[in-house]
Design a protein around this ligand. Structure first.
Ligand code: NAP
Length: 334
């Protein structure tokens, strides 16, 4: 064989080897659910890749202090907890790649169980997928919101609070996030007005006790924001009372919006079953309607969205995926 032929064969082998890497599992999303799945799969010695589009940690890294994760009697800072989870997963051998998963394909034939995930224009093959892509802040969808985003409109107090020192701001929403973030904002701002569409809060009672005791916080009940006012930056909001229909302007320099979340499930919406709000439906083992594809954490339909539930689901999804992979490889322990 001439040297050209040899090079060609080498190249072919190289390309073939490259093609032949089939991960046991690919986890999409590096929040508490994804990292926990990563810890479990790595300890089970499954060849696992975790894909994260930004920093590992998910929404929890935006939380100043997490008080209800067991084991930390005085709470733990969100970024610290998430950094520890990442460190733990990497210590057991989890590989993390940064980029956004752009496409997921499954094979047409039922016999071929290999799935494909496209990230950063590269295609990765895997036997199982765990979707732990979380959720992101819902918008108010009112005039002025998009135009003034980053110029007084914010969805993250821990990121933006220092820009509003000694100013007057409003917080929209009445859930755990709105109340926690309003309390955090009082360390920086002069006054917080919480605008809520009902006459009572949805947030956990302990947070309600704190918010009602805080002298910097006042409430406007039964009201919705209809417009955010300002040209270069936020100057105020227009609200409407849902009971009386009365409209009024509130002057403020910042609008923090915490009106729930939308699930990041678009990537798989054509392959698996979702509820009408886009949350993924799974069975008790976190398996979606598609064999070998699992979902866990905030992207999944459930009643409680917490770090602790995300971790539990991540562990369950990993364990179920491990059994599935072992079954496919014919090495399952029965
Ligand atoms: P959430 O619990 O869904 O609450 C959203 C709030 O925004 C509700 O008060 C809702 O009003 C209001 N809202 C929704 N759409 C609105 C609109 N278009 N205009 C005005 N107001 C609107 O969302 P979240 O507070 O972001 O919490 C999400 C999940 O994370 C929850 O399961 C929560 O328990 C969890 N979480 C837990 C903690 C913690 O444990 N420390 C912290 C943060 C979040 P209604 O009440 O009238 O529906």
């Amino acid at each position: 064989m001439g040297s050209e032929g040899l090079t060609k064969t080498k190249r072919n082998n190289k390309e073939k080897n490259k093609e032949e890497i089939i991960y046991d599992a690919i986890i999409i999303g590096g929040g508490p659910a994804g990292l926990t799945a990563g810890i479990y799969l790595s300890r089970a010695r499954m060849n696992t890749l975790l894909i994260e589009k930004a920093l590992p940690g998910g929404q929890a890294i935006l939380t100043e202090i997490i008080e209800n994760y067991p084991g930390f009697p005085h709470g733990i800072a969100g970024p610290e907890l998430m950094q520890k989870m990442e460190e733990q997963a990497v210590r057991f051998g989890l590989k993390i790649e940064y980029g956004e998963a752009a496409e997921v394909r499954i094979k047409e034939s039922k016999e071929d169980k290999v799935k494909m995930v496209k990230i950063n224009n590269k295609e990765y093959k895997t036997l199982a997928i765990i979707l732990a892509s979380g959720a992101e802040a819902s918008k108010l969808e009112v005039p002025g919101e998009e135009e003034l985003r980053g110029r007084g409109v914010s969805y993250c107090a821990t990121c933006d609070a220092p820009f509003f020192k000694h100013q007057k701001i409003v917080v929209v929403g009445g859930g755990d996030t709105a109340i926690e973030e309003a309390l955090y904002l009082t360390k920086f701002v002069w006054e917080v007005t919480i605008i809520h569409r009902r006459d009572r809060l949805r947030a956990t009672k302990i947070l309600q006790e704190r918010v009602f005791a805080n002298k910097k916080i006042n409430f406007t009940w039964d009201s919705v924001v209809t417009k955010i006012l300002g040209s270069e930056k936020v100057e105020g909001i227009l609200i409407k009372n849902k009971r009386t229909g009365e409209e009024k302007e509130i002057s403020c320099q910042g609008v923090f919006v915490f009106v729930g979340n939308v699930p990041n499930s678009k990537l798989l919406n054509e392959l698996i079953k979702l509820d009408k709000r886009g949350y993924i439906l799974t069975d008790d083992n976190m398996m979606t309607s598609q064999e070998g594809i699992y979902a866990c954490g905030d992207v999944r339909k459930k009643i409680l969205r917490q770090v602790v539930t995300a971790c539990g689901e991540g562990a369950t999804a990993a364990f179920a995926a491990q059994k599935y992979i072992e079954e496919l490889k014919g090495v399952s322990y029965k």
